[in-house]
Design a protein around this ligand. Sequence first.
Ligand code: GLA
Length: 724
Amino acid sequence: MISYIPEKKVFKLDTKNSSYIIAIFQEGYLINDYYGAYIPDTDISALRRRNRSASFSPSNAAIGEGAFTPDTAPMEYSTNGAGDMRISALAVRNKDGNTVTDVRYKSHRIFAGAPDISPLPHIYTNNDNEADTLEIVTADPYTGLEATLYYTVFKELDAVIRCVKLTNSGDAPLDIERAFSACVDLPSMDYDLITLWGRHVKERQEQRRPLAHGLQGIHSKRGVSSHAQNPFAALISAGGNEEYGNAYGFNLVYSGNFDISAEVDHNATTRIIAGINPDDFCWHLDVGESFQTPQCVQVFSANGLGEMSRTFHRLYSNNLIRGRYKTEKRPLLINSWEAAYFDFDTDKLTAFGEHAKELGIEMLVMDDGWFAKRNDDTNSLGDWYVNEKKLPGGLGVLVDRIHALGLKFGIWYEPEMISPDSDLYRAHPDWCVHVPGRVPSISRHQYVLDVSREDVRDNIFGQMSSVLSKYKIDYLKWDFNRNISEAGSALLPPERSKEFFHRFILGTYDLMDRFTKAFPDILFENCSGGGGRFDPGMLYFSPQIWTSDNTDPIERLPIQFGTSYCYPASSMGAHVSANPRTGYKTKAAVALWGTGGFELDPVKLNEEERATVRQSVADYHRYYDLIRSGDLYRLINPLNDPYRCAWAFVSADKAQALLTVVTMRKSENTLFFLKMKGLCPEKYYKCSLDGGVYSGALLMNGGIDLSEACPDDGDSVIVEFGEV
Ligand code: GLA
C-alpha cells in the first residue's frame, strides 16, 4: 500500500511486513526516513536523522547554514557534486562540461499495478491488486534534467521494485555518467554484506564480510552479469543468520555490466547503490530523449536470510518468469554434452533417446556440434545450418525419430557469437564486437557478435527461425561462452562509444523477445558456460538457467546454496551426470533441488545404475510440486559445516516436507540429530525414514536422528514428512 500524507509531505510504502518511508524535505530534497519492519505511524518525524550540518559538510544556503546538508542526510536518490560527498547514484554532465547534478521534488502520482519498462526485462503484476506504484518526478531546473523515480510496492510480498527514468527536458544535450537504479541509506553500519562470487564451474559462492568504513562492493565489466559476481547483494544485521536479523536483499533485473557498492561514511551510516556499472558507460541524451535504468528488486526480511530468499522466490515465480512453462511442468531432459561432446550422429542420438525413454526421461537435447562443420570449438558459430555429415538427411530425420519415441526434442544455440572461421565472419568481418585499430581478443576461439546492430539481429533471427519453424523444436538452450573485450560497434559514433555495453544487452533482450514471441511453445534454458548469466534479466526470457558446468554433486552444493539466495528452485537447471565422485543416489538427491535432467550416456549405464536413475525419475515427479511451490529452508550451509549440507522444502500448507542431507566428509562424531524448520508445531507427520509419527514441535526442537542415515563421504538421504 502506498499513501501520501500531505501535511507531513511523507510517502509511506507499506508491504505486509515492511515500511519504506520517503519525505519531501525543505527545498524539495527527497530524503529517506526509514526502511525496515512495518511501522503503522504516519508521523515519523521522530525518526528524522542526520539532516543537520556537520563540520566541512556543505549546507544548502536557502535552508540556512548548518540547518541541512545532503552530505549527512539520508538522501533518497543521491546526486553528484551538490553537497553529498558519498557515492552518488546520479551524475550527469551538462552543456557547461561539469557534472554537478541536483534533482528536487517536482510532482508525483500513485497508480495501480507496475510500469512496463520494455524492452528491459521487468517485474510485472498479474492483476492490479497485487501492487501499486509510486512515481516521483524530480527535476534539476538548471539543466532541465528530470529523474522520475518508480517504486512498485507489493502488498503480500515484502518487496519494493525500483527504477529511474531520466529525461532531458532542457535545451541542450546531456551525458549521463552514472544512473543507478536504487539507493538506500541506513542509519548504522552494523551489517554484514553478503555477495555471490564465482568463476566458471564455481558459480555463486557466498561471501560474507562485515561492513567497514569506506567503499566495498562488487561489479562486472565483462559485458554480462558474469560468473565472477552475481548482481545480488544482501545486508544482514551483524550476527544475523537464516532466521534472525534484518536482511535487505538487492538484485538487479539486468544481464550486463553492473555495480553494487556500499559506503560507510564518517558518521558510520551506510549507503548502498545498485545499477549499471558507470565504468565504460556514458549515455548521450539529446533534448527530449529519455533513458530508462533497469530495475532493482529490494526485499526486506525481519527474520533473517531464509525469509528474504523465500520472498525473492515467490516474486520471481509469480511476477518475473513468464510463458507457457511458468506453470506447465518442465520435461525431464537428457543432454548430449557430457555424454558425447562433439562426437555424435543421428544414430547415436537416437540410441540415447531410446534408452532415455526406457528410463522415463522426457526430452532429448542435442547440444553443441550439430551445425556447419563444427566438430570442436574452433569454428562455425554464426553458421546455423545443419551438418549433414553428422545428421544425414537433415535435422528432420532425427527430430522425427525422437518424437516417434514419445520424447520432446531440444537444440543448442549460441546466438550472440561468431567464429572467425565461419561463413558469416568471412562475409561480414565488421559484425563482430571490435574497436578501430585493434585486433579483437579471442576467447574459446570466438568473437562476440555485435547484436547492438539491428541488421545483425535480423540475420541471426532469420537463420535460427528458419530452423525453429521448419522442425518441431520443443526446447532451446541459449549459450554465451565468453566475455566481451574491445567493446565497440562499427555503427556507433565516437561520442556514443560508451553506450556500447548497454546497447549490446538491449540487443540481446530484443533478440530474446523476438524468439519468445515467435515461438511461445519453446522452453528456453539460458546458459553461459554454465551459470555465467544467471540473473533476473535472463529469467524473464527463460524460466530455467543451467546452474553450472560443474556436475560434481559435492561441489554443486555451495553453488546451489548460493544460487538459492534469490533464485527459485524451478530456475536452477540441475542434472545428474556420470561424474564419479558419488553414486547416483547422491547425484540425484542434489539434482532434485532444481529443474532436472541427465548429462550422461544412457547406453553405458549398468543395471544397478539404471534402477537408481529410474528411482530418481520417480522422485522427480513425486516431489515436483513440493519443490517448485514449497518454501525453501537452508539448514546446513556447506561453506560453514565441514561435514554436511542440508536443506528442506515445506509445502505452503505445511502438510508435506522433504529434507535432503548430503555428507560431504565423514564426521568423527557418530551422533547426528538434525532439527527441521518450517513445519507446523501442532501437526503430526509421518517420517519416511523410520515410519514413525512425530509432532512438528518434536521434529523442529528435538530433531530427527540421522546418525546412521548417511554416515560416509558422499552418502545422502532424502526424508519425506507427510501430515497424518
Ligand atoms: C557451455 C555450456 C555447456 C555446453 C557447452 C557447449 O560450456 O555450459 O553446457 O553447452 O558450452 O559448447
